[in-house]
Design a binder for this molecule. Structure first.
Ligand SMILES: Nc1ncnc2c1ncn2[C@@H]1O[C@H](COP(=O)(O)OP(=O)(O)OP(=O)(O)O)[C@@H](O)[C@H]1O
Length: 488
């Protein structure tokens, strides 16, 4: 084991440009043995770019990388792995057509010969059991069939499995973004145990409470620079938000929601396919309805069924206005990777953007630049490819697509994953404003704080609605109680 205070990795003066964007300007960064470093910053601040350098997937244009004191002139992914440095990136990397065991084998070339499948299965199952007791994932499951939350669990567990290469530092880029509160708690408890054993972690998260509660030291990035680095206990939420340059934390959601006028005509009535009692989800014009409960318990399925019912009648679902969906899994359901940012935003508004038979580039550009301003999409040019945006900024583009459309009903499938705190607060305001104008929102979220914006919350368990809570009845405890118990 390395002595505490030894730097596992150190970057000095790291610079990186992507065309006109200066993603990193002169960043110094280090991680010591036995420490969990929290890394925070607004969308596009440069966190992922910096982590790509630590993991060896990107080389700095200039600057120096040293691992355990030794300068690395030819740093790369294989070299990082050899040195015990691994990364779980935001965009999940499991091969969807392979099983969980086969995906594990990809990272462990030493699992070969007769019986490798059994060894890989045992390796990943043991790690899943250790990190997420009671997980119910089988090593034979095909990755593409798993919910996004379960895929994230496999991805994280895989990063901690050990065969030949050592394991000293794991970078976790928003590791809890698709996990419910219970599973996220299991992971963070594991991270603390891992660090206590002398290993190191870098934890990137937009959930500031998660960073404040679990990191030993916090590094704040802003516009490609490190602007603060201090012991976690020296920070509180306000100091972090100020350092990030985000909006002031506000508590006005609850008061505003309470004072909203009573709702309008029926917009959605939907009964989950597996519901056997008479419970159903009901939403009126102008309402914000929350869907809560442990991840993967039928919330996304019901949203997708409502989305489908808007174009083709389905038993048990009534929809009375056009519907837009903000997908939570932007990689598989959301973005069109070949298209520009402007095209990705405009696709849901084609009727309005048309001039004769063709799409008017001027109207498309106007729509795009309106939303760029409104929710601060950080890019030098909206005609750039959507993949040039940071993860959180891609998510903002998906929001713009739904809110810029004519849909009276907006379905949101845990859409704030990866969005920074400043933008989140602005989007909450926007959602409440749009609801006051008569739009209906059905909002599945794994962040309990977001439910403060809702009028009613339906808690899901095993594909069914088990509770319908008014916002004033809502507590984290009550949701967890409904999620685990039989109580309604
Ligand atoms: N491959 C790329 N091509 C062009 N620009 C890029 C590329 N990767 C990153 N950028 C730009 O570099 C800047 C930093 O992005 P980065 O992904 O590091 O931010 P981040 O802090 O991780 O953001 P988020 O919280 O949204 O994930 C952004 O302006 C982004 O648009």
């Amino acid at each position: 084991m390395l002595k505490a205070n030894t730097d596992i990795i150190r970057l000095d003066g790291a610079e990186k440009r992507f065309g006109a964007v200066r993603a990193l300007s002169g960043v110094d960064f280090h991680v010591r043995a036995g420490e969990c470093v929290g890394l925070v910053g607004h969308n596009g601040a440069g966190k992922s770019t910096l982590m790509h350098m630590v993991a060896g997937t990107l080389m700095p244009d200039s600057g120096r990388i040293a691992v355990r004191g030794g300068i690395e002139d030819h740093y790369s992914v294989p070299r990082a792995l050899e040195l015990g440095i691994r990364c779980v990136f935001q965009e999940l990397s499991l091969c969807p057509n392979l099983s969980v065991a086969e995906n594990t084998r990809i990272n462990h070339a030493s699992l070969s010969g007769f019986g490798w499948r059994r060894q890989a299965a045992d390796l990943i199952t043991a790690k899943l059991d250790e990190i997420f007791p009671g997980h119910s994932i089988s090593a034979a499951d095909i990755a593409g069939d798993l919910s996004i939350g379960r895929r994230q669990m496999v991805e994280v567990a895989r990063a901690f499995t050990v065969t030949q290469d050592p394991l000293d530092l794991v970078i976790l880029d928003e590791p809890t973004s698709s996990l419910d509160a219970h599973t996220a708690g299991q992971l963070l408890a594991f991270v603390r145990r891992f660090v206590a054993s002398g290993k190191s972690c870098i934890l990137i998260s937009h959930l500031l409470g998660e960073v404040l509660g679990n990191a030993d030291r916090i590094v704040v990035m802003r516009d490609g620079k490190v602007v603060a680095s201090d012991a976690a206990k020296a920070f509180d939420r306000d100091r972090l938000v100020t350092a990030m340059g985000g909006a002031e934390a506000r508590q006005k959601a609850a008061a505003e929601t309470a004072s909203r006028p009573s709702a309008g005509p029926l917009r959605v009535r939907a009964r989950p396919a597996r519901q056997e009692d008479g419970k159903e989800l009901v939403a009126h014009a102008g309402e914000i309805i929350g869907l809560a409960g442990l991840a993967g318990h039928g919330q996304t399925d019901l949203l997708l069924a409502i989305f489908a019912a808007a174009s083709r009648a389905r038993a048990g679902i009534e929809v009375t206005a056009p519907v837009a969906l903000v997908a939570g899994d932007r990689q598989s359901d959301g973005i069109f990777p070949q298209w520009s940012i402007a095209e990705n935003i405009g696709i849901r508004s084609l009727a309005r953007l048309r001039s004769g038979l063709l799409i008017s580039p001027r109207r498309e550009a106007e729509l795009a630049s309106f939303w760029r301003e409104k929710i601060g999409i950080r890019t030098p040019d909206m005609n750039n490819n959507i993949l040039s945006l940071s993860g959180g900024n891609q998510q903002k583009a998906l929001f713009a697509r739904a809110l810029g459309s004519d849909a009276g009903i907006v379905l949101m499938d845990d859409p704030m994953r990866g969005v920074d705190i400043g933008t989140k607060l602005e989007v909450y305001d926007l959602v409440r404003e749009e609801a006051r104008n008569g739009r209906t929102f059905l909002w599945y979220t794994t962040e309990t704080e977001e439910l403060d914006n809702c009028d009613h919350i339906y808690v899901f368990k095993n594909g069914r609605i088990v509770a319908n809570l008014r916002r004033d009845e809502l507590t984290e405890e009550k949701i967890i109680q409904s999620s685990f118990g039989d109580a309604a």
